[in-house]
Design a protein around this ligand. Structure first.
Ligand SMILES: Cc1ncc(COP(=O)(O)O)c(C=O)c1O
Length: 269
């Protein structure tokens, strides 16, 4: 709805229908649909961009807390975390997310502080590293950390991190979910009412809200997600096979299959 203010007599606060930064009715159907797709018991939260959602999610790290993050996370997420660490707001530990033992070692090191947040991105953009979400999430919880999983590259049709134990799921809605390259949006989803209230308050106060027209476009795009995911997976499988047998390709990364050495063997470059 293209309106910044609403007539009403109810309370005015996070999520209330009174002012366009608190809520917008056009966000609701997308937030409800994404929540259901991710297997959450609560609606998602739409943001102005994927990075606005990253900023909100990182705000869950307490001052001076420890953040464990994939060394091949999406570059913007990594830059944000690095800059927060450089300012002394948190301690950043980067790890190869596909190396489960290495991540476990960083979550609860014998000679260091346990992590406050485990950031997962699986597969990572662009290196396509795949994390064992269930095992890492269990270990993170045992260490007392909250787990955020960037599910942008998988989509909820391939993987639902909340059902694997993650506390919060993140999307750059800009990508698969909206699917038409006509909007920049982000989203967070959680089934934890306390976490959702904290994130909603952060969105309200920091102002990273979605425009209603973009929200409407994203919902339109979401309706074709299943068709697009199916086709892109089929195309990727064909490409992976073609590249695997190409004489000039040494190796390929394709998370749909175990690591594939090219049939022609790795080549020196
Ligand atoms: C995995 C992943 N997470 C987050 C982002 C950030 O999203 P946005 O560009 O919508 O701010 C991107 C963008 O490329 C991404 O690929």
């Amino acid at each position: 709805m293209l309106s910044s203010t609403y007539f009403g007599t109810g309370p005015l606060g996070d999520g209330d229908r009174g002012y366009g930064r608190y809520s917008n009715p056009t966000w609701d159907p997308f937030e409800e649909a994404l929540g259901q797709l991710e297997g959450a018991t609560l609606p998602g939260l739409l943001y102005a961009s994927g990075l606005a959602a990253v900023s909100s999610a990182l705000s869950l790290v307490p001052a001076g807390g420890v953040l464990v993050m994939p060394s091949h996370s999406y570059a913007g997420s990594l830059v944000m975390a690095t800059e927060l660490a450089e300012k002394g707001f948190l301690e950043l530990r980067t790890v190869d997310i596909a190396d489960t033992d290495a991540v476990l070692a960083q979550l609860a090191p014998a000679d260091g502080r346990p992590a406050n947040m485990l950031w997962l991105e699986s597969p990572t953009n662009p290196m396509l590293g795949v994390a064992d979400i269930r095992a890492l999430t269990a270990a993170a919880h045992a260490a007392g950390a909250v787990v955020v999983t960037d599910n942008t590259f998988s989509t909820p049709l391939v993987q639902q991190p909340l059902t694997l134990g993650s506390d919060v799921v993140l999307h750059s809605v800009t990508k698969y979910l909206s699917g038409h390259s006509d909007v920049v949006l982000g989203a967070l989803v959680t089934s934890d009412a306390g976490l959702r209230a904290t994130l909603l308050h952060h969105r309200t106060i920091h102002g990273g809200i979605a425009g209603p027209f973009e929200a409407w476009l994203a919902l339109r795009g979401l309706r074709t997600l299943a068709l697009r995911v199916e086709r892109s997976q089929a195309s990727a499988a064909v490409l992976a096979e073609r590249l695997r047998t190409h004489p000039r390709v040494g190796s390929i990364r394709f998370p749909g299959l175990p690591p594939i050495p090219a049939t022609n063997g790795p080549r020196a470059r």
